[in-house]
Design a protein. Structure first.
Length: 215
């Protein structure tokens, strides 16, 4: 076991980051903190999840990350997004249903996050499935595009879709709820899917980030 250490983390994203649907108020972010504590890694988390946010909206409020980093320069940053991007809305001109953010827009927003994120201290968690098959199919395709950009930029990407889709608490609770958000059991399954790779990444981060200064 390594020596106990403290690490600031900013987790930015959508309603899944915020833990919508979990009446205990914990969500997967709290479960990640608890798992880390069991390994003597004490995470000081800023939860910057906002329901309904697309990738473009998350990038637009990246100042939240910058402010955290200005106060704590070694802050690690985790982002999760994608499902809101592929939800359909009526087109402004045609009225025909279109995605809120198309794939090119998601890719551009992600590249913007990577450009502003701390080098070597940024990780992306992929979007999960939802109740509606057509939305889930688009989310799965968008997850692949996100993973490709991350791979090209050397940014760790942790998928969730395949781990949650086969069944279990996530899909059962999503179906019993609003079609997108589970209860505590679903978030526990989400946490189980991402905790090990995320904690391995966090453990490997150095305590000091030489040469960094707020812009």
């Amino acid at each position: 076991m390594s020596e106990p250490r403290d690490l600031p983390v900013c987790i930015i994203g959508d309603s899944f980051v915020a833990g919508y649907g979990d009446e205990t108020g914990r969500g997967w972010t709290a479960l990640l903190v608890e798992a880390a504590a069991r390994e003597d890694l004490h995470l000081h988390v800023t939860n910057a999840g906002i329901g309904g946010d697309t990738s473009e909206m998350i990038l637009a409020r990246w100042d939240e990350v910058d402010r955290r980093r200005a106060a704590f320069p070694t802050t690690a940053v985790i982002a999760e997004f994608g499902v809101n991007d592929v939800m359909h809305v009526a087109g402004a001109e045609s009225g025909v249903e279109v995605e809120r953010v198309d794939e090119a827009g998601t890719v551009a927003a992600l590249r913007g996050m990577i450009a502003r994120a701390p080098e070597g201290r940024f990780l992306v968690v992929g979007p999960p499935p939802v109740l509606w098959d057509e939305v889930s199919a688009r989310a799965a395709a968008r997850a692949e595009a996100i993973a490709s950009v991350c791979a090209g930029a050397g940014v760790p990407f942790v998928p969730t879709f395949d781990a949650l889709r086969p069944g279990g608490a996530w899909m059962r609770e999503v179906a019993a709820g609003d079609g997108a958000h589970p209860g505590p059991g679903g978030y526990a399954q989400f946490a189980e899917a991402i905790t090990r790779p995320v904690l391995d990444w966090l453990h490997a981060l150095p305590d000091v980030e030489p040469g960094w200064a707020p812009s």
